[in-house]
Write a protein that binds this ligand. Structure first.
Ligand SMILES: Nc1ncnc2c1ncn2[C@@H]1O[C@H](COP(=O)(O)OP(=O)(O)O)[C@@H](O)[C@H]1O
Ligand SMILES: CC(C)(COP(=O)(O)O)[C@@H](O)C(=O)NCCC(=O)O
Ligand SMILES: [K+]
Length: 243
């Protein structure tokens, strides 16, 4: 039984795996980390190993606590990956993006793949059919855009994610929702179209906290899976221990 832990810039996401079966999952804020991890370890006493991907801040004391509870396997830039890393700055590449790319290789072998993870940031990661990771893009996620509009202007209100009434926002709030939501939709659809121009056959995988919201609205055939990073962590752990 394995505990997979994804520490992002907004939340901690966790899942318990029995081989390749996801038997339980949760997401929580970082300040609740030790309490929520304790609940999991009490509920699943067979957990002896954990695998962790971290891009967001996590208090060192939480890591030290975790290391005392389980065998903690932390994914780093030096961890073995099932792809050739063509990133110019491999040491600055987000561990989450590496895990996503490895999951695309495991779950969708030998094809051009674009992984879109809509969380704090929207990340785009491309792996070609020969398992070369080429990079992609980093863009502000929904919440970052709403907060930026509020924090960097004199008058705009701070709004939370809501579907715009239409393309033409006929009020301040609707104009903001249209700008944020339609802006992200057209960005995602535009990127997919550009990648498809260059790589005619392309598999698109969508994940992240905003998967469900985006999957319903993006006009492209995509594989939507909110647990893709956690599943990829599980596969990567198996891959690493069997190397
Ligand atoms: N309970 C929640 N708390 C915070 N964000 C949530 C929640 N449910 C869905 N979300 C959405 O998920 C996004 C964060 O996605 P996530 O993938 O967890 O981010 P990260 O991996 O960057 O920490 C938020 O911007 C929000 O739109
Ligand atoms: C871009 C990210 C902040 C995304 O993190 P997330 O939205 O998942 O919290 C993370 O992948 C990161 O810190 N990347 C480092 C820079 C790079 O990937 O080139
Ligand atoms: K992300």
């Amino acid at each position: 039984m394995l505990l997979a832990i994804d520490v992002g810039n907004t939340r901690i996401k966790v899942a318990v795996f029995e081989k390749d079966i996801l038997i339980w999952q949760d997401a929580f804020d970082k300040e609740d980390a030790v309490d929520r991890f304790s609940i999991i370890l009490i509920k699943y006493t067979d957990i002896k190993n954990a695998v962790l991907s971290r891009v967001g801040f996590l208090d060192e004391s939480v890591l030290k606590w975790l290391e005392r509870q389980v065998n903690l396997h932390v994914i780093t830039a030096d961890s073995p990956m099932p792809f050739q890393n063509g990133y110019e700055t491999p040491k600055t590449l987000g561990i989450d993006r590496m895990v996503l790319a490895s999951g695309a290789v495991f779950q969708f072998p030998k094809q051009n793949r674009l992984v879109i993870d809509s969380g704090t940031c929207i990340t785009y990661d491309f792996i070609d059919a020969d398992d070369n990771y080429l990079g992609g893009a980093i863009s502000p996620g929904f919440r970052l855009r709403y907060e930026a509009l509020h924090n960097y202007t004199a008058k705009l209100p701070l709004l939370t994610l809501e579907s715009p009434s239409g393309v033409i926002g006929n009020s301040t709030k609707q104009a903001i929702h249209s700008g944020v939501v339609n802006g992200i939709l057209y960005e995602v659809e535009g990127f997919i179209e550009r990648y498809r121009e260059q790589y005619q056959v392309l598999t698109v995988i969508l994940t992240g906290g905003d998967t469900d919201f985006l999957a319903k609205r993006v006009k492209n055939t995509i594989f939507a899976n909110p647990n893709f990073l956690l599943e990829s962590l599980n596969h990567l752990y198996q891959y690493t221990i069997n190397k």
